[in-house]
Design a protein around this ligand. Sequence first.
Ligand SMILES: *[C@@H]1O[C@H](CO)[C@@H](O)[C@H](O)[C@H]1NC(C)=O
Length: 442
Amino acid sequence: MLSNNLAALVGTVLGAVPIVLADNPIIQTLYSTDPAPYVWNDTVWLFTGHDEPNSDWFTMKDWRLFSSTDMVNWRDWGKMMGVETFSWASADAWAGQVVERNGKFYYYVPITRKGSSMGIGVGVSDTITGPYKDAIGEPLVANGAIDPTVLIDDDGQAYLYWGNPNLYYVKLNEDMISYSGDINNVDLSSFEGHFEEGPWLYKRDSTYYLAYAGHCCAEDLRYSTAPGPTGPWTYRGQLMPTEGSSFTNHPGIIDYKGGSYLFYHNGALPGGGGFTRSVAVEQFEYGSDGSIPTLSMTDEGAPQLAPLDPYARVEAETIAFSSGLSTEPSSDDGGGIHVTGIGNGDYIKVKGVRFGEAGAASVSLRVAAAAGGAKIELRLGSQTGTVIASCAVDATGGADVWKTISCPLSGSATGQQDLFFSFVGGGDQNLFNFNWWQFEKK
Ligand SMILES: *[C@@H]1O[C@H](CO)[C@@H](O)[C@H](O)[C@H]1NC(C)=O
């Protein structure tokens, strides 16, 4: 009771002063690593690795996908592939990247071969959201090195770079699962000793960029540029200094809706560190000479590009920030992902929700609850902000028996607001599961 009163008091006293809320790292429902963003169909698709909790090594079993159209609210698409996708592999689902060609999506990943060193496998899928299958049945290349990155040049020639601490490339064939010519060992003398691992190859205007992690360990981020896809490379400087309690880092750089973004990872979540990392993002502007400024890790992340529409169905796993939650595959709606691991005090923040002038009258919530007695409090501005609805979640007949509950708003929701779903209930850390929500207009 004391803490509830205190929270209410703090909420009242602080009034309009928001409680400090980070939006970086952008994924909080698991530890995510090695960001590989990809712009496709006007959406940013963020492929990541996944660190196991309480880990003291790079214990990584699967690859994950998230998406956003506003750079702040990220939707979870779950697992894309795992170690078991590759029958010849035994462990280590490390840093990969996806590219599309001729309507198929190719997922290049390093993985430890059974009884051997690391090789680069290729997953393939007809849809960006998977499922991805082993495209070859054996590694594409296998020389013990990791961290593949792929560019399809404007003339159609594709290049695969990889390596740590050496840097290699091959020319990929049009099928994207074989290559021509030799494995080339890049002369690193022009990198001035800065290259370590995690290469990220892309082209902007007529300049080829290679961003990478430098200086193991702790790593920073650096970059080089070249007039062609195979060099000669010129060292250009530091992208991001060593920061943020992870001794590794990994760049992923895109342009999206007129802005430029650097994705990276750090150890900023609770329990975070070198083996429990989290993906974050910063916006930046290129210099007129194509240079990239040195960026610092921030708690704020990127600005929101567009408000979120609450009158269309929104997946509950669309999250700007959250605490205490996880996600899992859903039995609802023929598949997809739902939010689970819901305990008392956990919350979801959805940023920049446009309720409009007339505002909302009610909200529909898709839930499955084994036991009743919990509630979802919808609040504006912060997790202790004004309550606009308090919705009881009664037992639905099981944790996979789904029901849509309708809940009238007791407070006014108009304009554009950060919306918080605050979960309330006794003891149990699995109060109910939550699949989607949708507001109805006044
Ligand atoms: C592309 O995005 C639009 C808008 O979100 C969506 O309706 C459509 O299904 C997407 N297309 C594909 C092929 O995923």
